[in-house]
Design a protein around this ligand. Structure first.
Ligand code: HEC
Ligand code: HEC
Length: 278
């Protein structure tokens, strides 16, 4: 009689204590283990490379994770929390919310961390340009602030760019300026939506022949909300329109080297990084 209930108690005790251990784990059990790093690389490719790029070197939607200098994930435990919970208000999703089924186990998360640490380059990122000059271009000659806001200053027609320097690689930012239509910006907080919103360009002609051109803010089957370049918002019923076209041609002008030199663009990127990496 005593034996089974005792065994049950032991099982409960193990379940409880391992739960406590998991929650309170304060170090990476696989730190420095090359086999765990290998397993982590595989997990990374499935779950993270979509945004952070292959080799964790950064992609269109997520920062370079090979920089030893991190914004949030200084310790392994902090990194564990970020991967588990995501970063609120950004595209960085919580574990299991990115269409990946039930998400990764704790063990898999530690393996990914081991992999990321194994890819880190210890040298400090060298500054690509003159941030002060980039700032004066952004608000001045290059006219970026006409459409983009940084820390509350600038226009609203294009996406807010305060965090873009921390969230995207220099190459991705440069590509957005040289070839805006390559990859339209996604709303930074849209990762967990089933259909992410992109900055598509729309042209609507109303029943009385007025043409409205801009970017979509919101759209459903019956109505569309458009912001035009003067930041005026139009709410239109689709069945009342004479025509309605969406296009993946960016509403941002393409900046060729004739209007913006490589050096000036590098200075603007340096400015965006100096703001976004804080
Ligand atoms: C949908 C895109 C997306 C996916 C998928 C994604 N991330 Fe992120 N992640 C981001 C963005 C964007 C940021 C930067 C947020 C910011 O600082 O504005 C970020 C930040 C991070 C950071 C913090 C970096 C720092 O400097 O502190 C870590 C660590 C990280 N991600 C790891 C991962 C791992 C590991 C995975 C896969 C399990 C993953 N991310 C999947 C978009 C993504
Ligand atoms: C006439 C308005 C306009 C001007 C001027 C403009 N942009 Fe844009 N920009 C947009 C719009 C709209 C988008 C969203 C569509 C897209 O991704 O191309 C965008 C997207 C971007 C993106 C991508 C953001 C992301 O989250 O991926 C970057 C980076 C960017 N712009 C930088 C710049 C810089 C730097 C300048 C100045 C050299 C500039 N823009 C000038 C309208 C503008």
């Amino acid at each position: 009689m005593l034996v089974p209930s005792c065994r049950k108690a032991v099982v409960v005790w193990i379940a409880l204590s391992s739960g406590i251990l998991r929650a309170a784990q304060d170090r990476n059990p696989f730190a420095g283990d090359p086999r765990a790093a290998k397993a982590g690389e595989y997990e990374f490719r499935i779950n993270c490379a979509l945004c952070h790029g292959l080799g964790a070197r950064g992609g269109g939607r997520g920062p370079d994770l090979t920089r030893a200098q991190k914004k949030f994930a200084h310790s392994d435990v902090e990194m564990f929390q970020i991967i588990s919970n995501g970063i609120a208000g950004t595209a960085m999703p919580a574990n299991g919310t990115n269409g990946q089924g039930v998400g990764m186990t704790d063990e898999e998360i530690w393996q990914i961390i081991t992999y990321i640490r194994s890819q880190e380059v210890k040298t400090k990122a060298t500054s690509v340009g003159d941030a002060a000059h980039g700032k004066s271009l952004f608000y001045g000659d290059a006219n970026c602030s006409l459409c983009h806001m940084i820390n509350g200053k600038g226009g609203r027609f294009g996406p807010e760019l305060t965090s873009v320097g921390g969230a995207r690689t220099p190459a991705a930012i440069i590509d957005s300026v040289r070839h805006p239509s390559h990859r339209l910006a996604w709303g930074l907080t849209e990762a967990t939506k089933e259909f992410p919103q992109e900055y598509e360009t729309v042209t609507a002609v109303t029943a009385d022949g007025k043409e409205i051109k801009g970017v979509t803010l919101n759209e459903d089957s019956f109505s569309v909300q458009i912001m035009d370049q003067s930041e005026k918002i139009h709410l239109l019923r689709k069945d009342r329109l004479r025509s309605f076209h969406e296009s993946r041609e960016s509403a941002m002008p393409q900046y060729g080297t004739d209007v913006l030199s490589d050096k000036d663009l590098n200075d603007i990127v340096a400015f965006l990084i100096s703001v976004g990496a804080k």
